[in-house]
Design a protein around this ligand. Structure first.
Ligand SMILES: N[C@@H](CCC(=O)N[C@@H](CS)C(=O)NCC(=O)O)C(=O)O
Length: 401
């Protein structure tokens, strides 16, 4: 396998990885992240309370909701407690390959007749998960065609076949006809972006440059991450953009994942009312009423809204946010808007958005229907850039069928 060129840090990784790529890495470690976000991206039925179920059914539903709440609470507790003892540190895992697509229901397709990428992509997602929104922003802006499998965030039937229980998951067809499983939003964007800049490459081979690695973080918590996820793998040195621009793009992509995204839950689930309102919007855009039976949808509402309202308080503490959670997200929006303003171009990337623009837009679009977003429009400078981005992304997107 060729050694790919990266930025400063990436080159070291690339050298190391190219020698490792053929090796059989020990399997595996996933699932370090909380089941917290299990309900992060749920939808609630808009008419959840008005269409009252039969009383025995309601009882069963309540029992399930209580059970699920306890389960979620326990997952949350063990997550926050952390336990590095049973963790295998510094293990690397190569991406998984599947011989065929799993037997799942494709919820919808985005078809762009102009797409000549040669890619065949299936995205497993929750419609309003910020990480999934980020991936979709990239796919749509890039004019790619793709299939979507909407996953039920409680039962997660759609990803039963996978050993990774988080979304987004992307299956991409490789030159050999097998499908490579890409498991992190930033890694998905980096692999596909690398491919689009040099279509001679094989997505399966590219994915090997992004192994999963596990470690114990500074807080002593076991953590799983993907190496090189903010780096593009470009074979041709001439294709490298200026290092400064690359560094800046990486910096803001990292910021979107490490900072901005953590402000979403505390804001959209700030109060019980806001949590229910948020879930109603999720229901609309995720079309939960169409894709799932009513009992399953109702389960999501009860568990989702109440659990997320409770969990958001913990997240607020964990990310050291004050009670005035809105002020943090306003600050973040302004920080981004100022960075773009300084460029004196419509986007951070210049006349066209770069991967940082797409990441920040994707994360923010996950709360577009929530009161928190409306408040951001009224109290920060984000609106102008956000709607310019939306125009760009939507105008490149294929048709939804
Ligand atoms: N770093 C991952 C984070 C993905 C993530 O946390 N996804 C949430 C949905 S918003 C999830 O699937 N949570 C389920 C769980 O943790 O069990 C990425 O960027 O894709």
């Amino acid at each position: 396998m060729a050694t790919y060129r990266l930025g400063i840090v990436g080159r070291t990784f690339a050298a190391r990885l190219s020698s490792q790529a053929g090796r059989n890495f020990t399997h595996h470690l996933r699932e370090q992240q909380p089941r917290l976000s299990l309900v992060r991206c749920y939808a609630s039925p808009a008419g959840g309370s008005s269409a009252a179920p039969q009383s025995s059914f309601r009882l069963a539903l309540k029992a399930m909701a209580v059970g699920a709440l306890l389960g979620t609470g326990w997952s949350g507790y063990t997550y926050f407690k952390g336990d590095a003892g049973d963790h295998m540190i510094h293990e690397k895992t190569e991406p998984t390959f599947l011989n065929r697509l799993p037997d799942v229901k494709i919820t919808r397709k985005v078809v762009n007749p102009k797409d000549d990428s040669g890619l065949e992509l299936v995205l497993f997602q929750f419609q309003t998960c910020p990480f999934c929104c980020k991936v979709r922003s990239f796919l749509d802006y890039s004019g790619l065609s793709y299939s979507v499998v909407e996953v039920d965030a409680v039962l997660r039937q759609g990803i039963k076949w996978s050993d990774t229980k988080k979304v987004p998951i992307m299956l991409a067809r490789t030159k050999s006809g097998r499908y490579v499983q890409l498991t992190d939003s930033s890694m998905i964007v980096s692999v596909l972006s690398s491919y689009l800049r040099d279509k001679q490459q094989d997505v399966g081979e590219l994915a090997k440059y992004y192994p999963s690695i596990s470690y114990v973080n500074d807080a002593g918590r076991k953590t799983n991450d993907i190496m090189n996820k903010y780096f593009l793998m470009l074979q041709d040195a001439k294709r490298q953009e200026k290092n400064d621009a690359q560094d800046e793009e990486r910096k803001w992509r990292t910021w979107a994942d490490d900072h901005l995204v953590h402000l979403i839950s505390p804001n959209v689930y700030r109060t019980k009312d806001e949590a229910f309102e948020t879930f109603e919007w999720f229901s609309d855009v995720g079309e939960w009423g169409v894709h799932f039976p009513k009992w399953e949808r109702d389960l999501m509402v009860y568990v989702g809204a109440v659990a997320m309202w409770a969990i958001a308080k913990r997240l607020k503490k964990r990310h050291q946010l004050t009670d005035d959670v809105r002020s943090h997200i306003y600050d973040a929006c302004d920080k981004w808007a100022v960075a773009v303003e300084k460029k004196k171009t419509p986007f951070l990337g210049g006349k066209q958005p770069n991967l940082a623009d797409l990441a920040v837009f994707g994360v923010l679009s996950s709360m577009e229907g929530c009161q928190a977003f409306k408040d951001c429009l009224d109290n920060s400078k984000i609106g102008g850039w956000f709607y310019e981005m939306k125009k760009e992304v939507m105008s490149h997107r294929g048709q939804v069928v």
